[in-house]
Design a protein around this ligand. Structure first.
Ligand code: ZN
Length: 138
């Protein structure tokens, strides 16, 4: 895979340096059968250093997950070798099945079929709480 010339795919750019792997894990990119490049510590004038993830396939990615890990990241959708679409992100109000509640007595820990849902309760501090028991996510 030539990482500079994706024909159809997604480039997640301006990821805060060091967060690329976290994003890779939370997006479950390891389970995909497509070419993926994580480029770490790229020099970037504006940010100092950044990470970039390039996915060589036009697959749906969970923008909520990316917004949660790094709302300052940018999403570039490449089609036929050109930038077709740019998406900006924000902290999602709700996260479904991204985080797991740490409270062992939470109903979502006991009932496996329940979705793990977290709600943004403090935007400034990026604080999420379980909607069932209000335990903090981090
Ligand atoms: Zn809970």
């Amino acid at each position: 895979m030539n990482i500079d010339s994706i024909q159809n795919g997604i480039v997640i750019d301006h990821i805060t340096a060091g967060r690329g792997m976290e994003l890779y894990d939370l997006l479950h990119l390891d389970s995909l059968d497509v070419s993926i490049a994580i480029i770490k510590n790229v020099s970037s004038g504006k940010m100092g250093k950044k990470d970039i993830i390039k996915i060589d396939a036009d697959i749906p990615v969970d923008l909520d997950v990316i917004g949660y890990v790094d709302p300052n990241a940018t999403i570039n959708i490449i089609r036929d070798g050109v930038l077709a679409e740019k998406k900006s992100l924000s902290l999602p109000e709700r996260l479904v099945n991204v985080l797991k509640c740490k409270n062992p007595r939470c109903i979502s820990s006991c009932e496996q079929e329940l979705d793990q849902i977290f709600k943004l309760t403090d935007k400034e501090h990026k604080q999420y709480r379980c909607i069932y028991c209000e335990t903090k996510a981090n």
